[in-house]
Design a protein around this ligand. Structure first.
Ligand SMILES: NC(=O)c1ccc[n+]([C@@H]2O[C@H](COP(=O)([O-])OP(=O)(O)OC[C@H]3O[C@@H](n4cnc5c(N)ncnc54)[C@H](OP(=O)(O)O)[C@@H]3O)[C@@H](O)[C@H]2O)c1
Length: 277
């Protein structure tokens, strides 16, 4: 594999994004702080948080505890649905920056499309475009966007998201969406990349893991890297944080084919669900 823990991929706006980041959904309090500090001092350079995770302060504290310089790390946050709309996006983002103890984020996403009130999401996107121009968000993107919704957004505003963060793992191989995003130069970031550890007993996964002397989680993450996705596995456990970073090895064509065809496929998060927070 030509990727390493230190190498990056380049977004369509020229910003470099690490291949691996630490997810923080459900990481709370001191555990979140410790996990962020541990990850940033053990090879990770990227942290994924969101207004809706209620842990931006802890992410900021964990980063500070790590001693890493701001320019060395990549922070992503997301506008939650109750903050969508032009003014509330800007206001809430100012609070995110304060909580994260930073002057800018590297990536700012719309967490969920407002499917029933899409005009609100368009307004949110307008605010993100401005925040990007002001230098407060080095890159902007979306999350949980289907092909149709991305097209709908692009009908309104001509700024293509740099990233679409979606559920993507070997048990949810969204090939059509991946092909579409590649055509549009939108980088897919895979959330729930190890499918929340739910299917580690699958025979194919176990066979490939044994062949490479790796764990099921490592095989699932390597499969995503080999498809050129960015991965953001979550853990608050130091051994697992290390395990999830030891993923820069090659799967051969036979492994890839087997993993591309895993059955049954399973979506863990309803794509049309949008939270009321
Ligand atoms: N944009 C969105 O709407 C959205 C939605 C969902 C997730 N996300 C982001 O994506 C990140 C990752 O997704 P996720 O948290 O849903 O799922 P995930 O990363 O696939 O799985 C996390 C779960 O697996 C456990 N785990 C982690 N590494 C493990 C390992 N090597 N072996 C066994 N168990 C392991 C973790 O527990 P421990 O912590 O106890 O290790 C946790 O319960 C989130 O944290 C969040 O940042 C975004």
């Amino acid at each position: 594999m030509n990727k390493t823990l230190e190498s990056t991929t380049t977004l369509h706006n020229g910003i470099k994004i690490p291949h691996l980041g630490l997810g923080t959904w459900q990481s709370r309090g001191g555990k979140c702080e410790d996990a962020v500090a541990y990850a940033l001092t053990h090879g990770y350079s990227m942290i994924d948080t969101a207004q809706g995770y209620d842990n931006e302060k802890q992410v900021g504290k964990g980063w500070k505890a790590s001693g890493r310089a701001r320019g060395e790390i990549f922070i992503t946050t997301k506008i939650k649905n109750s903050n969508q709309g032009y003014q509330s996006t800007k206001k809430s983002f100012a609070k995110s920056l304060k909580d994260l103890q930073t002057d800018y984020v590297d990536l700012l996403l719309i967490h969920w499309p407002e499917v029933k009130q899409f005009s609100k999401t368009v307004e949110t996107w307008r605010a993100l475009v401005e925040l990007h121009k002001e230098g407060l968000a080095r890159s902007i993107g979306v999350s949980n966007f289907t092909i149709d919704l991305t097209e709908k957004l692009l009908d309104e505003i001509d700024v293509v998201p740099a990233v679409n963060q979606v559920e993507f793992h070997a048990f949810l191989y969204q090939k059509e969406l991946l092909d579409y995003c590649r055509e549009q130069h939108i980088q897919i970031e895979a959330y729930s990349p190890i499918a929340r550890a739910k299917f580690f007993d699958h025979e194919v996964l176990k066979r490939v893991a044994k062949k490479h002397q790796k764990t099921a989680a490592q095989v699932m993450l390597a499969w995503l890297l080999q498809h050129d996705l960015v991965v953001i596995p979550k853990s608050v456990n130091p051994e697992r944080i290390d395990e999830n970073a030891d993923i820069f090895f090659d799967l051969d064509e036979e492994d890839m084919q087997a993993l591309n065809n895993l059955q049954p496929q399973n979506r863990l998060v309803d794509g049309f669900w949008a939270p009321d927070w």
